[in-house]
Design a protein around this ligand. Sequence first.
Ligand SMILES: [Mn+2]
Length: 367
Amino acid sequence: MTSSKTKMQKNGENLAAHHGRKLLRFLEHKKDSISPLLIVTHDYPDPDAIATALALQYLAERSHGIRSRIVYKGIIGRVENRAMVSLLRIPVHKIRPSDIKTYEHAALIDTQPDFENNPYPRNRKVTLVIDQHPSVKPPFAQLALIDTECGATSIILAQALLLSGLEIPKRIATALVYGILSDTLGLYRAHRADIIQTYLDILPLCDMRALIRIENPPKSKKFFSTLKRGLQGARAFRGLIVSHLGEVEHPDLVSEIADFLLTYRGMDRSLCTGRYKDKLYVSLRSNRLTDDTPEILRDSFDDRKEAGGHDMVAGGSFHIRGKDQSEERWQEAETLLVTRLLKRLRLPSKAEFYAPFQQEKSQDAAA
Ligand SMILES: [Mn+2]
């Protein structure tokens, strides 16, 4: 996995720029045959996926007049992501069944043809794949740009835009900067010099005021009541903090609370679950550089294909089977998941979890 990267660096080349150039050449060669293009992000798209899609749309249109439509499945739930879409006026649309029929050409963004987290038919060849996640098998695509160590897929598009010589509008630069920051935890997970350099090159072009508003949006009462539940139900044991949120308004809350719980002093891993429609959504976070977080989560799932991620961030979801999704079935699934995780982490199965934020009865009485 690392040999190509080492080779690149030895040759003094820069992998992000290499992929950027490949994309520019591909669009140049295929400009007459791939328009209109359906740009498909992963389900419940995050800022990195949204920014990459937006930048690809702009690049394809401005450089070669390639028309496109950005689509996704699920919802954009996280308040920051919704603020990003509205403040930067990003034209993202819910996918319609007719889109798959109408568009002959598709670009998969921040996901791949064999992943479960996108709505594109598995058996159909795609035009383009741009992603940072390790492949399960070589993608069935005309061109696949996959850089598992680029920190954020937005880096590839930022490089392509910088190399294209096109003017980069503020809203595109801002989206890319936010995509990079959120996927790399504020560059903490940017492990290559070319990633930092790409970020620095695009940063002066962005709208700092819009960026700060995206990063600090007002949050709803629903968010705080979910957070309250997440804190009250949290259980900790040897650096692992677990919380089952129960029913959630949207699945993004699960990753939001997982991120938040990980910041509790003394914790280095957090697991959060939430029930949404007929699925249990799961997020696993880690502060340990040696953790292969997606692999840990896959090992804790029944079906390994239902979990994924990169670096220290992993997520997934699975159906709760049975006609009547009784409380029992949900709880069974939540408990089994924790049991498997403990086993995978070689923690005792009879872990004595404590409840760090639970209100004590006496305090209740006093209040
Ligand atoms: Mn990403």
